[in-house]
Design a protein. Sequence first.
Length: 255
Amino acid sequence: MRFEGLRFAFGTLSVLRVRVERWDRPTAGRAMLCAPVVGIVLGTLAAALGALVAWRAGGPLGAVTAVAALAALTRGLHLDGLADVADGLGSGKPAEDALRIMKQSDIGPFGVLTLLLTLLGQIAALAGQFGHSPLRGALAVLACAVTARCALAWGCLRSVPAARPGGLGAMVASTVPTAAALAVSAAAALLLALAGLADGWSALRLPLALVAGLLGARLLLRRCVRRFDGITGDVLGATAETAATCCLLTLALAG
């Protein structure tokens, strides 16, 4: 029973074939707290692929490989949420109509533009890190993957309601205590600091980038809660991608 939250996290947040046996709100809350573990696994896989390609073919291709790997390992789940939220926010319509737009299967101009700029930003930021060294690039990939999953816990705080009944958003909304989200993020920051020791200066940069990523995700979350009266699964995906992008931009600006 103690691993049901972890199974829920891997089963819903990755392509890894893990059977989810319990589908209830307490388990969903534990899954959001376990999400950074998913980030560690997926981030490590993407980092290894990116570093290998960067070593053989250069930083830009290594960056593209890492970003593509993260998208493939999640079935593009978070990117899809980012595009839907961009369309919902960009529509300028009332909450009910905006949520209806977000549920549609097509992607509008706001979604396309947001996806394009986000992916270009992530690739450009990672290209610089891989250009410095495959190791630094790999650490950046790991950091952004973990940061993105930490943001999920903050998006599911007990003070954050669901925007509508049904779906993953309603299942996980208001399930995570603030103290638990803080503890998980602190543990993730410590892990990144230890991993960063392999590159020296990264030991300081990675935890700071995690904090910056969470702050960026928090700003988007506040906007979405005010605009949609709560969260959906798409909002959580958008906050994850925002956190990852802000993390990578912080690392790029830090040099």
